[in-house]
Design a protein around this ligand. Structure first.
Ligand code: TRP
Ligand code: ZN
Length: 857
């Protein structure tokens, strides 16, 4: 059977909803198999007209429907599998519907479902329609009053948005809770959680002196592991007050951790729901990267309270309005909590690995697309990460004061509204007097702009002339591109620490700048701090690049210079299997790493070699096996050159007592980077050294690094011992076991995937576990995934098909790994294409059909 790809929704087709929903009263009678939902909506027509009332609804069993107390008969309405239409309704009325839903059978994790025996909801983007009939679109904002009735023993705690009322007895061993949310909200921010939890409590006093009760709800026995998330939440609340003047607006703030979740977390009003992997942490079970991720995701969801909830999106095309802006906010929070340059480098690594790749392939789309097939597939690196870069460029161009003024105006003017990107930029136009029309092209145009830099030195005049040309490659549906305004931070470096820095906005295809320099020809530093999300093309020799790294005074560009050098070297090595790494280059990189040991987090980043996937962008057709081999040889050479430094660093003890602080994390990051290099080294003693590092590790960061380094070396007794020990120690903790699965999927072959997937603890219904195996294999183990014989594809094809039947959003995301097939060397490319075609002929969900259809183009 051939699947049909979903029909596109178009931005240009937007029309306002013809009714207001002034008030929503929701009554839940909870039961895992049959939950009854009674919804009472106060509806009024906007203006005059005779439009029918159309409500979204999916997988609902309609039990009764009445208007103003009068029961309707089937001839009064039309019901399809996705909506309910009432052709003839008064101008103001009360609509009451009763539906039945089955949370225990909801494996899509959208709507109301069960996780770990508890009730949990996920409504963004279109899950509310799986709970009740409703205009499930973000521009319909309403006041919600919620009643939850449930079994006392199974659900001692019953949560929803807003302010809790009294819990009263409901007879038959059941009880009833009420929740009143005073803030108008769209349906995607509704949430309900009920079950038996352990609760970690604290409080926060806001800048105006209001006391907020904070609570994190977790699995039984996990409460102590919520301490870091709580600490992160309080720091986020303080930061948003100090940085944006934003105060929290309810008396309670609840977080619930669930094991089965399609995303990182969700910003429901007053009731954030988190993937438990981003809540639970302690020094035994979590790595520094986990602590860092928790801090940033807690902040992200909290920041949505203003950028997303108080002011939301008019329609889903505007998704970047809340996501790009909120990512920008959480990145700056992390930069303030930790190191700004290190944070910037990590953000750029992520952007390049995920977003640049997306922009270069068949799934490329603008930050604000003009149409979409399946809304779940719009939660992309482009909307989130590139969306955040656009806000960063805005701030850079107008300066921090005007940025803050514009944000203040935005909060003031649009509070309680569902708005567009144009509304957002109108606030900045007003405070600066500038026209942001040209800048909005960034939102409409897909593809990563490329800027070519040429320089010429006039010795007599003491002037450097810089020619900058921009071009954006064609992307699907956009064959020709316009220039975009590119804020470019530049500097002339004299090599003695002297820096003449400035910013230029490139707003035409070509720009020429002439700059005076005393004291002879300077070195040119461009796109400092990664001021724009572009690719920079410069024709420099290796020695010129080395000189630039030495002279560089911008930490981002220092790191970038080393990345460019090692990238060129890996590309060279990948061309001949016998080629040896250039020893001068390796020595220079090792020297840069040693010189940076005063800032170990930065030094750790200097040891990092670009991932195989990033190298795809530099070399098409890409041969993942050759790239992987070249990368490994360079890593081994670096390990050999740094051997004495590695040995002394790792012989020193790790910091104790353990704290998740940025400072300690930096020390462990460099130790972890050295452990990683040992995994790549040709030293025959490395497995023994690594096993003893594994055994003696005092924290998860180093224990996991040692286990991963051992698996890098392929089969060995030491590797097996570490893996067996880890499994034995952690088999009862699924979050930690996900790491065990991921380490093996990230290093092994197709056979490893088959083996992992056949284990009884591989659960197709648990997204974290599926991602730990299939997601990691297909995105972080490209030499095996893109094996020329197609074995990597066969290993995941079946799993993805099975996952698709249960959870389309999850499967579609995994399928995106196939998008790169056109960039690959011919054998892998043909095998990937054949897999996509087989999948297209199978019965796929609309979400997955959307990805496969676009990937095939
Ligand atoms: N709004 C969420 C965030 O970025 C994203 C999210 C959570 C989501 N769950 C989802 C998106 C389910 C789509 C489907 O913070
Ligand atoms: Zn978000």
């Amino acid at each position: 059977m051939r699947t049909e790809t979903p029909v596109a929704v178009k931005l240009a087709d937007y029309t306002p909803y013809p009714f207001d929903i002034e008030h929503v009263d929701l009554a839940f009678d909870l039961d895992p198999d049959t939950t009854r939902v009674t919804a009472t909506l106060k509806v009024s027509r906007k203006g005059k007209g005779s439009a029918p009332l159309v409500l979204d609804g999916e997988a609902l069993k309609l039990v009764s429907i009445e208007i103003d107390g009068r029961a309707l008969t089937p001839s009064d309405y039309a019901l399809t599998d996705h909506d309910l239409t009432l052709p003839d309704v008064p101008d103001t009325f009360e609509l009451r519907t009763q539906v039945e839903i089955a949370p225990s059978k909801n494996t899509a994790l959208s709507g109301l479902y069960m996780s770990g025996g508890r009730f949990c909801s996920q409504c963004e983007s279109v899950g509310f329609r799986r709970i009740t009939y409703y205009p499930d679109r973000p521009d319909v904002m309403s006041r919600y009053f919620v009643t939850i009735t449930a079994d006392k023993a199974a659900c001692p705690i019953m949560l929803s948005n807003g302010t809790p009322g009294e819990v009263t007895d409901a007879g038959n061993g059941r009880h009833m809770a009420t929740w009143d949310d005073p803030h108008k909200k769209p349906s995607y921010l509704f949430a309900l959680c009920a079950g038996d939890y352990d609760v970690y409590r604290d409080s926060f006093t806001t800048m105006s002196g209001k006391r907020i009760d904070l609570a994190i709800h977790v699995d039984k026995g996990d409460a102590p592991r919520a301490a870091w998330a709580m600490d992160s939440l309080k720091r986020s609340m303080t930061w948003d007050e100090g940085t944006y003047g934003r105060e929290y607006d309810l008396g309670v703030f609840n977080i619930v951790a669930v094991r089965d979740f399609n995303f990182g977390a969700m910003e429901n009003k007053g009731l954030n729901v988190f993937n438990s992997a981003y809540v639970l942490a302690d020094e035994d079970s979590a790595t520094d990267a986990d602590f860092e991720a928790i801090e940033s995701i807690v902040a992200h969801e909290y920041f949505h309270n203003w950028t997303g909830n108080r002011i939301t999106c008019r329609d889903w095309f505007q998704l970047c309005l809340k996501e790009g802006l909120t990512v920008f906010r959480d990145q700056n929070f992390s930069a303030d909590m930790r190191s700004r340059p290190v944070q910037r480098i990590k953000d750029v690594i992520r952007l390049r690995a995920r977003q640049f790749a997306e922009d270069a392939g068949p799934l490329a789309h603008p930050v604000r697309p003009a149409n979409y097939g399946a809304i779940d597939n719009l939660y992309t690196a482009t909307v989130y990460e590139k969306g955040a870069e656009l806000i960063g460029m805005l701030r850079r161009m107008i300066g921090p004061d005007a940025y803050r003024k514009g944000m203040d105006l935005y909060f003031d003017r649009h509070d309680g509204q569902a708005v567009t990107i144009e509304d957002f930029y109108a606030c900045f136009a007003e405070v600066t007097g500038k026209d942001f029309g040209p800048f909005l092209v960034w939102y409409a145009q897909a593809g990563t702009p490329q800027v070519t830099v040429e320089e010429s030195w006039n010795d007599a005049a003491g002037e450097l002339t810089i020619r900058l040309a921009q071009a954006t490659p064609a992307t699907p549906g956009q064959p020709t591109k316009q220039p975009v305004p590119i804020p470019l931070e530049l500097a002339l470096l004299d090599g003695k620490g002297g820096t003449d820095a400035w910013m230029t906005v490139l707003d035409t295809a070509e720009t020429t700048i002439t700059r005076k320099a005393d004291g002879g020809r300077p070195l040119l530093s461009v796109n400092r701090d990664f001021s724009a999300p572009i690719r920079v093309e410069r024709d420099l020799t290796r020695d010129q690049r080395l000189a630039l790294v030495v002279a560089e005074t911008d930490p981002f560009n220092q790191w970038e210079g080393v990345q460019t050098l090692v990238t060129e070297e890996i590309l060279k090595l990948s061309e001949g299997s016998q080629a040896k790494p250039d020893s001068d280059l390796v020595a220079a990189v090792a020297e840069a790493i040693r010189n940076a040991s005063g800032d170990p987090a930065f030094a750790a980043l200097l040891t990092r070699l670009p991932e195989v996937g990033e190298l795809f962008l530099e070399r098409t057709p890409a041969d993942p096996v050759a790239l992987h081999s070249g990368r490994k040889r360079l890593q081994a050479a670096l390990a050999a050159t740094l051997a004495p430094t590695i040995a002394t660093t790792l012989a020193a003890p790790s910091p104790t007592p353990y704290r998740p602080s940025a400072e300690q994390a930096g020390v462990r990051a460099l130790r972890g980077a050295y452990i990683h290099l040992l995994g790549a080294s040709d030293d025959a003693d490395a497995p023994q050294t690594l096993l003893s590092l594994y055994r003696n590790a005092t924290n998860m960061t180093e224990r996991l690094a040692a286990m991963r380094a051992l698996t890098m070396k392929g089969p060995s007794a030491e590797r097996d011992e570490a893996l067996a020990d880890f499994e034995q120690s952690w088999k009862h903790n699924p979050i930690v076991m996900d790491k065990w699965f991921a380490v093996q999927a990230g290093q092994g072959t197709a056979a490893t995937v088959a083996e992992l997937a056949s284990r009884p603890d591989f659960d197709l219904k648990n997204p974290n576990r599926v991602r730990a195996v299939v997601g990691v294999f297909s995105t972080a183990n490209l030499a095996a995934f893109h094996a020329p014989d197609g074995s990597g594809y066969r290993a995941v094809e079946d799993i993805i098909l099975k996952a698709d039947a249960a959870n389309p959003a999850l499967a579609a995301r995994l399928l995106a790994a196939f998008e790169q097939w056109r960039m690959l060397e011919p054998r892998a490319g043909a095998a990937a294409k054949a897999t996509l075609q087989r999948l297209q002929d199978a019965k796929l969900s609309p979400n997955s059909a959307d990805i496969v259809g676009r990937a095939l183009g």
